[in-house]
Design a protein around this ligand. Structure first.
Ligand code: COA
Length: 260
């Protein structure tokens, strides 16, 4: 696959997606959003992809936000349309049905943090800086940030981050639960890939069901989420992966899951 502003490399079950606009700190312009929509669909449909890892080109930024040059000419209607479009693109990664990891190698601001929040997991370099600075530009987050930050870190943290528009250290983001695992800059890739290896060793269908139970369940009253959990738990019992996982435990060996 070739894209104007992305690199997509699929190897050994892992899609490595790099946002590649280094001169503009990987800011998300319209073309990059179009590329991302296509790449997310490709990763969802391609059975050889089991895990998606997203990062930014260079060592300075993951993504420094939506492209402010493009935002500066928005009208009310085009702004609404842009937010809708960005939300649709990020929904594609949220609902991919496969584990997705944002590997935050530097600035993750505005739309960059919103993209990371749409992933299942976030790892970060200790030199990364994160934030939702939109109010300093006279706008609010528009690619899901007002909704997802509350769900990931709670409304108290979301209010602090969104109302101050401040940039926060990766350590602080880790402390409040936005970043799952923190690494020294030169250990970020290896540490993230260790996590990927662990995930790759687990049952693929079980992973899909677990993601679905957590994602859909977080938008439901708890009892309805528990009923969804019962249904998916039941469905998991229909898979050969379940037979293999349990047989492997009882026979004291490693499971060989087929994803069925
Ligand atoms: N949109 C468009 N261009 C951006 C950008 C964005 N969100 N973020 C950075 N860039 C561009 C800069 O304009 C500059 O381009 P130029 O070399 O053609 O002038 C280039 O990327 C490098 O950025 P620069 O600001 O010179 O780097 P810095 O190290 O001094 O500062 C940041 C880094 C991240 C602090 C700063 O770029 C910044 O604040 N960016 C905007 C962050 C933001 O508000 N994002 C939310 C948007 S809704």
């Amino acid at each position: 696959m070739s894209y104007e502003n992305l690199l997509l490399d699929i190897q050994d079950g892992v899609a490595h997606l790099t946002i590649n606009r280094e001169a503009k700190l990987n800011a998300l312009n319209a073309q990059t959003l179009t590329d991302l929509a296509d790449a997310f669909d490709h990763c969802r449909e391609n059975e050889s992809v089991r895990v998606l890892v997203i990062t930014g080109a260079g060592d300075k930024a993951f993504v420094a936000g939506a492209d402010i040059k493009e935002l500066s000419t928005m009208t009310p209607l085009s702004a609404k349309e842009l937010a809708y479009r960005g939300q649709q693109v990020f929904a594609r990664v949220e609902h991919m049905g496969k584990p997705t990891i944002a590997m935050i190698n530097g600035f993750a601001l505005g739309g960059g943090l919103e993209l990371a929040l749409a992933c299942n997991l976030r790892t970060a370099s200790t030199k990364a800086k994160l934030g939702l600075p939109e109010v300093s530009l006279g706008i609010i987050p528009g690619y899901g940030g007002t909704q997802r930050l509350s769900r990931v870190a709670g409304p108290g943290v979301a209010r602090e981050w969104i109302l101050t528009g401040d940039m926060f250290s990766a350590e602080e983001a880790h402390r409040v639960g936005i970043v799952n695992r923190l690494f020294a800059p030169d250990e970020l890739r290896e540490g993230t890939m260790k996590m990927v290896e662990t995930i790759l060793s687990r049952g693929p269908v079980a992973l899909r069901f677990a993601i679905e139970a957590i994602s859909r369940g977080s938008n439901m009253p708890q009892r309805e989420g528990e009923i969804l959990e019962c249904d998916l738990f039941g469905l998991a019992a229909s898979t050969s992966d379940m037979k293999e996982g349990m047989a492997a435990f009882l026979e004291k060996r490693k499971p060989e899951f087929q994803g069925r």
